[in-house]
Design a protein around this ligand. Sequence first.
Ligand SMILES: C[S@@+](CC[C@H](N)C(=O)[O-])C[C@H]1O[C@@H](n2cnc3c(N)ncnc32)[C@H](O)[C@@H]1O
Length: 206
Amino acid sequence: MRGLEQIPWLYDLGLALLERGRLGRWREWLAGGARGRTLDLGTGTGRNLPLLPRGAAVAVDPHRPNLARARSRAPHVPLVLARAEALPFRDGAFDTVLSGLVLCSVRDVPLALGEARRVLAPGGTLRAIEHVRGGHLIGAIQDRVQPAWTVITGGCHPNRETERALREAGFELDASSLRARGVMRRLEARPRGGSLRSAPPGRHDP
Ligand SMILES: C[S@@+](CC[C@H](N)C(=O)[O-])C[C@H]1O[C@@H](n2cnc3c(N)ncnc32)[C@H](O)[C@@H]1O
């Protein structure tokens, strides 16, 4: 069954409303800080793409209709049908990886973060806007609504502990970039001790 994340016009309508406030400014921060070769993970309808420098970005998403919408929004950006857990790019191919509301939706967060680490060049950064599990009552409510929420949205988990997942995946969070507002987080992270290097055969340049 399709959820909100797989209905491009509805997703865009909802996000256009939400981005009238802080989320819009955070998206500008997310894309505005991209440096060098940039991968937009789970690009969805491509809302980050017009904000990225021309010629430097590649985007992936596993849902074809989302990519079709992204194509109309940013015809100049190469789009690849792929999952964050198995990126078809060589080690160190990107200077920046963007995750805009994606780590809540990927099936396997450690695998996706391992792949993000692998495709980052030395000195590269992962920039993210995510919602995370809140504390106490909020977290308990998120836990309770998660199963229904995941079905309605088509994959989103409202209660992931994404900052912890990043640390466990070997990323160091840049404290100066971190902003928290309720359950929303804006952050930049770098692989501790450099990026991973393990090129499976057949991986290609972006
Ligand atoms: C909430 S939307 C965010 C879209 C876009 N990044 C944005 O900022 O508006 C989540 C997106 O993640 C994509 N997604 C779901 N599972 C994924 C996976 N395993 N790998 C990559 N993207 C995935 C969905 O298709 C959807 O487009």
